[in-house]
Design a protein around this ligand. Structure first.
Ligand SMILES: Cc1cc2nc3c(=O)[nH]c(=O)nc-3n(C[C@H](O)[C@H](O)[C@H](O)COP(=O)(O)OP(=O)(O)OC[C@H]3O[C@@H](n4cnc5c(N)ncnc54)[C@H](O)[C@@H]3O)c2cc1C
Length: 499
C-alpha cells in the first residue's frame, strides 16, 4: 500500500469507526500529517467554512506542527521521540507510551521536553498533551469496565488505535458559558447530552467550550471536568471520542492572532497561535466502539483526575519551558537597554529565575514520588499544588517583563520602517540599543511585545490562568487535601490543650 493510500485509509471515516489498525503508519511525518487533515471537516472562521490546510490564518501554525513532526525523525531525535511498536513494527511516538517502570517514565518525559522546548513552551496543547490523556484513559479502563465491560474493551482498542495512527486529539470538557446559575432541568441546551442510545451507538446533541488546537486535530475526546461531572441527570454524563470530520459536528474557531505581515513582526503569533474552538454537535452519531463511559457520574468525577495524571505533569514541563523563554527574553531586553546591572532589575530577573528553578525542582519532586497505579502503570504524583502555583504567577511573569522593558516595548520600528532609506539613519542612531543595532533590537522587542502585550500574549496569559480548570476550585482542593494541614492541626491542637 502506498503512503498516499494509507493516509486515505486513515481519513476514511468508516475505517475510523471500526478503529482499524490497517494502514497505520506510526508517528507522523509533517507532509503526511498535513494531508491527513484534508478529511472534509466543518471548520468555521469569521463566518465562513474554511480549509485549514490552505487558509492563510492557519497555515503558519500548520507549518510549525509539520516541522515538529519532521524534527522528531531527525537522527539525533529519533530515539528520544519514537520507539518501535511491537504490534505493527512501525515507529510510534513516546507520547503514547503507557509507562510501567521508572525508566519508561523518564524516557517519556524526555520526549515531552523535546516537544515543549522546540516550541518554547508556547504551544501548550501540542498533541503530546492529549496523547497522555489517552494514556490516562487506558489506565482507568477497569473502572469504566466496572460500569460496563464493553467500555474497557473500547478503551483498550482506542488506545492502540491512537498510538498506531498517532492520532492528534483535542479535548472539550466544559459546558458552554451561558448561565452558570441555571439548571439543566430548565435549560437542557446548557450542556452536551446523549439524546438517544442505540445498539450501534449513541446520538449526542449540544455544544462544548473550549477545544484548543481543534482545527489541527484528528479527533476530539469528550469527557467532563470536575465542575460538570456530578450530574443528576445521567444523560449528561458521557465520555467518547469523535473524529473531526463527523457529520453534524461544527468547529467554530476564534479570531486568529496570526498576521501575515511578511516581516519580522508577529513571529510568535504566526507560528504558535494554536487556536481555540467551540464544538457544536447537531445530533451527532457516535459508534459504540468510541464510547468509553455513560451514565455514571461518580466514575466520571473520579476518573477526571486519573485521566489527567500524565498530561498535567507534561503541562508543567511545558510551563517550565515557557518560564525559560520569559527569563531569556526579559534578560536580553534588560541588556539591550542597559538596565541589566541595576539592582532592582536584577531582583526582578532573579524572581523569574526563581520561578523557573522552582518548577524544574517541582518536576523532579513529582517524578521522584511516582507510584504504580492500580492498573500497573507508573504515574507521577499529583500536580495540583504546582498547577495552582502556575496559575498564581501567570500574570506576574508578564508584569516583570512589562516593568523591565519600560516604553521600549511599545516603540519599535517595523520591517518597512527599517527598509526605508529616509528613515533608516534615524533608526540606526536613535532606536539602537546598548551593544546592538536597531534591527536586532526591533526583532527582540517585538517578541517581547507579543509575549505580554498583543492578542497572542494576552490569550496565553488567560490560558495560564484557566487551562487547569477553575483556579479557585483547584486551590481549595489543595487546602482540603493537604496532609501538612491535617498533621499540624492535630499536633497544634494537642499542644494547645496541654498547657
Ligand atoms: C485559552 C484557554 C484554552 C482552553 N483550552 C481548553 C481545552 O483545550 N479543552 C477544554 O476542555 N477546556 C479548555 N479551556 C477551558 C478551561 O478548562 C476553563 O476555562 C476552566 O475550567 C474554567 O471554566 P470556565 O471558563 O467555563 O469558567 P466558569 O466556570 O464560567 O467561571 C467563571 C467565573 O465564575 C466562577 N464560578 C463559576 N462557577 C462558580 C460557582 N458555582 N461558585 C462560585 N464561583 C463560580 C469561577 O471561579 C470564575 O471566576 C480553556 C480555557 C482557556 C481560557
Amino acid at each position: 500500500m502506498s503512503g498516499n493510500e494509507k493516509i486515505e485509509q486513515f481519513v476514511n471515516s468508516a475505517n475510523k469507526s471500526a478503529l482499524s489498525l490497517e494502514g497505520a503508519t506510526g508517528a507522523w511525518t509533517g507532509r503526511d500529517y498535513r494531508e491527513s487533515l484534508r478529511d472534509g471537516r466543518s471548520v468555521w472562521y469569521d463566518g465562513e467554512e474554511i480549509d485549514v490546510c490552505s487558509h492563510p490564518r492557519f497555515t503558519g501554525v500548520l507549518e510549525t506542527l509539520q516541522s515538529l513532526y519532521d524534527t522528531q525523525y531527525l537522527e539525533e531525535n529519533l530515539d528520544t521521540t519514537t520507539y518501535v511498536s511491537e504490534l505493527t513494527g512501525n515507529r510510534v511516538s513516546y507520547s503514547y507510551l503507557a509507562p510501567t517502570t521508572r525508566e519508561e517514565l523518564t524516557t517519556k518525559w524526555k520526549n515531552s521536553h523535546f516537544w515543549m522546548s522546540e516550541s518554547l513552551g508556547l504551544m501548550p496543547r501540542l498533541p503530546d498533551f492529549m496523547s497522555n490523556v489517552v494514556v490516562g484513559l487506558y489506565d482507568y479502563k477497569a473502572h469504566a469496565g466496572a460500569v460496563d465491560p464493553q467500555y474497557e474493551k473500547n478503551i483498550e482498542r482506542y488506545f492502540e488505535y491512537c498510538r498506531e495512527h498517532d492520532v492528534s486529539i483535542t479535548h472539550a470538557i466544559g459546558d458552554p458559558q451561558i448561565d452558570r446559575s441555571g439548571s439543566l432541568e430548565d435549560n437542557p441546551e446548557f450542556a452536551l447530552r446523549v439524546v438517544e442510545i442505540q445498539a450501534e451507538g449513541i446520538v449526542v446533541n449540544g455544544a462544548k467550550q473550549l477545544a484548543t488546537l481543534a482545527p489541527y486535530c484528528h479527533e476530539a475526546l469528550i469527557y467532563l471536568s470536575p465542575s460538570f461531572a456530578k450530574r443528576k441527570d445521567p444523560s449528561y454524563v458521557g465520555w467518547f471520542a469523535v473524529p473531526m470530520a463527523t457529520k453534524g459536528l461544527k468547529i467554530l474557531c476564534r479570531e486568529s492572532h496570526c498576521k501575515d505581515s511578511g516581516g519580522h513582526e508577529h513571529r510568535l503569533s504566526n507560528h504558535y497561535d494554536e487556536q481555540d474552538a467551540m464544538l457544536f454537535f447537531d445530533n451527532v452519531f457516535i459508534p459504540m466502539e468510541r464510547v468509553f463511559l455513560l451514565n455514571d457520574a461518580d466514575t466520571a468525577f473520579k476518573g477526571f483526575f486519573r485521566l489527567n495524571a500524565w498530561a498535567l505533569y507534561i503541562g508543567q514541563i511545558r510551563f517550565y519551558h515557557r518560564l525559560k523563554t520569559f527569563l531569556g527574553i526579559t534578560s536580553l531586553v534588560s541588556k539591550a537597554i542597559g538596565v541589566n546591572e541595576f539592582r532592582e532589575i536584577q531582583n526582578n530577573l532573579g524572581e523569574l529565575a526563581v520561578y523557573a528553578e522552582m518548577v524544574r525542582l517541582g518536576l523532579v519532586g513529582m517524578d521522584a514520588e511516582a507510584k504504580p497505579t492500580d492498573s500497573g502503570l507508573m504515574a507521577p504524583s499529583s500536580t495540583f499544588a504546582m498547577d495552582s502555583f502556575a496559575a498564581q504567577i501567570a500574570s506576574r511573569i508578564s508584569e516583570i517583563l512589562r516593568v523591565i522593558s519600560g516604553s521600549g516595548i511599545v516603540m519599535h520600528p517595523s520591517r518597512k520602517d527599517l527598509e526605508s532609506p529616509e528613515l533608516r539613519p534615524y533608526l540606526d542612531l536613535y532606536m539602537r540599543g546598548k551593544g546592538c543595532d536597531a534591527e536586532y533590537k526591533s526583532r527582540l522587542f517585538k517578541l517581547a511585545w507579543e509575549l505580554i502585550a498583543d492578542a497572542f500574549g494576552s490569550r496565553q496569559e488567560i490560558y495560564e490562568l484557566w487551562n487547569r480548570g477553575d483556579v479557585v476550585r483547584n486551590r481549595i482542593h489543595v487546602y482540603q487535601s493537604s496532609p501538612d494541614r491535617v498533621e499540624m492541626e492535630e499536633r497544634l491542637t494537642r499542644w494547645i490543650n496541654s498547657f
